[in-house]
Design a protein around this ligand. Structure first.
Ligand code: APR
Length: 255
């Protein structure tokens, strides 16, 4: 194949414990726009970093709910890409433990057949009450097209407003998930950082914490990021081309 940088292949072939931290770029080739990409259509005037906040929710829950309902619709219409499938295939290889920690709130890793150790920014589909915090069985409505406002469902236990189970800007990460994500990275033989801009903390510190313990860090990203310089190796490729090529070189198959 000849597309995999030799050092990356060496590191991957020698690793019994692999850790993959994924970001929005992981799902870009499934058609889900990254956060810092231009948004299209109805929502192009809105900045996700303003909508995905407790402040926006307090000011206008119907607007925030409508935005998430549209994101959920896009995710449901999307399929895992070859990169997601390659990680599932690598995870299935005998003698290898591969942990996936994702900043993505979609379910494409799981739909590709991979097990996810940590959703460090929560999950779109894990709805919960914004008042009593209980998990909710409510669901996003199916939207044929984006709408500007939609009333969120009501909690059957307390009557509070149901919200997406994601971590918004200015909110703290679920501590247990985050600590598990850090521990596993520090115990790995190799950390791959795929499709993340490295701008959002504390998730962005995970590779650095592993690197400080001497774990080699490889960045897979078509564009430079703030984390590129700290990486031991940088592979300028997309998730859906790089990961299948790497798995193939390792002699593994995609399920
Ligand atoms: N393959 C790999 N990487 C890609 C691809 C691709 N096909 N396409 C784009 N990228 C890279 C971009 O170069 C960029 O570095 O993916 C990165 C996407 O960056 P962001 O949109 O900032 O996404 P992410 O790093 O996941 O954002 C972190 O911020 O908005 C919040 O909570 C949200 O989890 C998110 C967090």
């Amino acid at each position: 194949v000849g597309r995999v940088p030799p050092r990356v292949l060496d590191l991957a072939a020698g690793a019994e414990r692999v850790y993959v931290l994924t970001g929005a770029g992981m799902s870009a080739e499934s058609g889900i726009p990254t956060f810092r990409d231009a948004q299209v259509g109805l929502w192009e005037r809105f900045d996700p970093t303003e909508l995905a906040t407790p402040h926006a929710w307090a000011a206008d829950p119907a607007q925030v709910w409508a935005w998430y309902a549209w994101r959920a619709t896009l995710v449901r219409r999307s399929l895992p890409n070859a990169g997601h499938r390659a990680l599932a295939g690598w995870q299935a290889r005998p003698g290898v433990r591969l942990d996936v920690a994702t900043q993505n709130v979609d379910d494409l890793h799981e739909r590709a057949g991979a097990e996810v150790l940590a959703h460090v920014h929560g999950s779109l589909f894990a709805l919960r009450c914004s008042v009593c915090d209980r998990p909710s069985d409510a669901a996003y409505p199916e939207l044929a097209e984006p709408v500007g406002r939609l009333d969120p469902p009501t909690c059957t236990a307390c009557g509070g407003t149901v919200r997406p189970g994601v971590v918004w800007f200015d909110e703290t990460l679920p501590e247990e998930d985050f600590l598990a994500a850090v521990d596993a990275a520090q115990e790995a033989d190799l950390v791959l950082v795929v499709g993340t801009s490295g701008l959002v903390h504390p998730a962005a510190t995970i590779p650095h914490l592993a690197g400080d313990r001497g774990v080699p860090v490889v960045e897979v990203n078509p564009a430079p990021t703030v984390a590129s310089e700290a990486a031991d190796e940088v592979w300028r490729a997309t998730a859906a081309t790089a990961l299948p090529a790497l798995l193939e070189e390792l002699g593994g198959g995609i399920p």
